[in-house]
Design a protein around this ligand. Structure first.
Ligand code: ADP
Length: 626
């Protein structure tokens, strides 16, 4: 016999279970039964792909037995079983995704929430048991093994006798205490109720000796007798009618099946009939999966063929930009023992995938139209995914996604759609204005947006790196092109003003040349502007790469050294313009210093680095001390 200790994290979880004050302890049975069901799914699937394994369908049952005297509940399955190593690995450590969230949330209260909503698997047995025994024989082994644990101290594994492949979990129920009546879990009717409540949809029969009473023959006395009955209805949740399913059932099913500790944001349950008949049950989670941005994350839906799980994660069923959607598809029109490679080319699967994509899209559109608040909540979590979807592969999906995108509006002070923007554009406004920086507040302070705002134009604030790339691939929306408020060619002046500005620029042409030289031609051009209201300077860009994009692109390896074509613009109506002209006439050396400082200011406003901070600092002090 081998005695072992639990891994540290498992120990904590176990400790939590043993000392749990959670009132809904009955969920332990749901967890044990759902493991039994999973094990039979696994075996069934193996038998489809491995000729050496044959199973009798009628054997695929879960048996629950109660022994009041011995204070035990036994749950037995004819599933795939576990080898000695698997017993050690699977029950000695918790390796499920939820353990991550668990680590994050330390307080006791939160822990209780986790138990309730999420179950925390096999260990929940310790909420009601003081000894847990698991006897198992794997399909891959001739020997059977017994795993036993009394809780945090550790567990032992030894060889044991067991004829059939499968697993038997024996829970020794705790003695009653002042706070808790554990004996109720040994009551026959109680266990029946718990099974009906939480495990009704399990697709294998859950059998139990049901306690009944009848009059003794030829006497008035009552006697108790037992009859083997199937307790669950075995109709999978997704095959039930929407009308009879409670929200709670959808939520519990999701949390249990897809290992989430939070309820989903949205449930999409539908069935389709036609060339391909299928049921689908899809969930939009209420948070980003913690590993979403790692390469471990695999998108995909569970795939069932007539109720039999044939693939845990079928990536072909869901496009990348909806990769956060969890759920399952069950179709009668897919062959059971289809191989992975063939499945990829299966026409039926393609049609179903297309329908699912459309379904998700239309549900989101519906949410956007009818439940704006919820859509915004959704968009805050998954909006970036949709933006990447619109942008990726040179925008082949842009038309599908553009109406689902939201951007922050300078006038509405909330997220708006492109359609809303275009429909309220001012008369004569030709372009959709946007401005970029890291935060809404920073954009609000950009000198370039000042005048646009002043003239009452709505500006979309782009705070994510991907935003500007999205509009580059969109190119236009409802016939309107996009215009960066910081681009050199934003044109707000009327003809008179324009002429005045052109004239001023022409007059100071030589000065600007001189200034450009001082800056070693780091800018394309220096010129006066009227776009600034109070600010003296700003940096704008010309061409397809904006200053914001320069920042983003330079963060990527391979792309270093990409530069936007920038223009140093000086407010012609500002005092400093006059000063520059004076200096150009009288003191070129001083003009050079002013130019450097102004350029540094413009870069800093844009959030760009300056290459010579020490020089700038001394120059500023020099100017201050005059
Ligand atoms: P989860 O079921 O979410 O993975 P559990 O803590 O409930 O987490 O179970 C841990 C693992 O132990 C399971 O993933 C499975 O591999 C194994 N296991 C538990 N019960 C059984 C069983 N009855 N038959 C086969 N394997 C089982």
């Amino acid at each position: 016999m081998k005695n072992k200790e639990f891994k540290a994290e498992s120990k904590r979880l176990l400790d939590l279970m043993i000392n749990s004050i959670y009132t809904n302890k009955e969920i332990f049975l749901r967890e044990v039964i759902s493991n039994a069901s999973d094990a039979m799914d696994k075996l069934h699937y193996r038998s489809l792909t491995d000729d050496k394994i044959s199973i009798k369908k009628s054997d695929l049952k879960i048996r629950v037995d109660i022994d009041k005297e011995a204070r035990t509940i036994t749950v037995e399955d004819k599933g795939c079983g576990m080898t000695e190593e698997e017993l050690d690995k699977n029950l000695g450590t918790i390796a499920r995704s939820g353990s991550f969230a668990f680590k994050e949330e330390n307080e006791k209260k939160k822990d209780i929430d986790i138990i309730g909503q999420f179950g925390v698997g096999f260990y929940s047995a310790f909420m009601v048991s003081d000894i847990v025994t698991v006897e198992s024989k794997s399909i891959d082994s001739d020997k059977a093994f017994r795993w036993t644990s009394k809780g945090v101290d550790g567990y032992s594994i030894e060889e044991c006798e067991k004829e059939d492949v499968g697993t038997r979990v024996i829970l020794h129920i705790k003695e009653d205490s002042e706070e808790e009546n554990y004996s109720k879990f040994l009551e026959n009717y109680n266990i029946q109720d718990i099974i009906k409540k939480y495990s009704d949809y399990i697709r294998y029969p859950i059998e139990m000796q049901v306690e009944k009473s009848r009059k003794k023959e030829g006497s008035e006395e009552w006697e108790t007798y037992y009859e083997l009955e199937t307790i669950n209805s075995m109709v999978p949740l997704w095959k039930k009618s929407k009308k009879v399913i409670k929200d709670e059932e959808y939520d519990n099913f999701y949390m249990n099946k897809f290992h989430d500790y939070e309820k989903p944001l949205k449930v999409i349950h539908s069935s389709a009939e036609g060339v391909y008949t299928y049921n689908s049950l899809l969930y939009i989670p209420s948070h980003l999966p913690f590993d979403y941005y790692t390469k471990e994350y695999e998108k995909g839906l569970q795939l069932y063929s007539s109720g039999v799980l044939i693939m845990e994660k079928c990536p072909e069923l869901i496009p990348d930009y909806f990769g956060f959607v969890k759920g399952l598809v069950d179709s009668e029109d897919l062959s059971l023992n289809i191989s992975r490679e063939l499945l990829q080319h299966d026409r039926g699967l393609k049609v179903i995938a297309k329908n699912i994509e459309n379904k998700i899209k239309s549900e989101l559109e519906d949410m956007l139209a009818n439940d704006r608040e919820k859509y915004e909540e959704f968009f805050k979590i998954f909006g970036t995914q949709l933006k990447f979807g619109a942008y990726s592969e040179y925008g082949i999906n842009k038309e599908k996604l553009q109406d689902l995108l939201l951007f922050y509006s300078s006038t509405e002070k909330k997220l708006v759609t492109l359609k809303e923007y275009v429909e309220r554009m001012k008369e004569g406004q030709k372009e959709i204005y946007y401005a970029c920086s890291e935060t809404v507040d920073k954009i609000d302070m950009l000198p370039q947006v000042e005048l646009l705002k002043d003239k009452g134009f709505e500006i979309l604030y782009f705070t994510e790196n991907v935003d500007e790339f999205v509009v580059q691939v969109l190119r236009e929306y409802m016939g309107k092109t996009f215009k960066n408020a910081s681009s050199g060619s934003v044109d707000l002046d009327n003809i008179d003003e324009k002429e005045k500005l052109d004239k001023a620029n022409e007059e100071s042409k030589d000065m600007f040349e001189e200034m450009k030289k001082v800056l070693n031609s780091e800018v394309e051009e220096v010129r006066f502007t009227h776009r600034l209201k109070n600010h003296p300077v700003c940096l704008t860009s010309e061409g397809s790469i904006s200053v914001e994009m320069e920042k983003t692109l330079n963060q990527m390896p391979m792309n270093e050294g990409i530069k936007a074509k920038t223009i140093l613009e000086i407010n012609e109506n500002h005092e400093v313009a006059k000063k520059l002209k004076e200096l150009f006439a009288s003191n070129k050396e001083e003009l050079a210093k002013y130019t450097k400082v102004l350029y540094a200011q413009a870069r800093l406003i844009e959030g760009l680095q300056i290459e010579n901070p020490t020089e700038i600092s001394s120059l500023m002090c020099e100017i201050m001390c005059k």
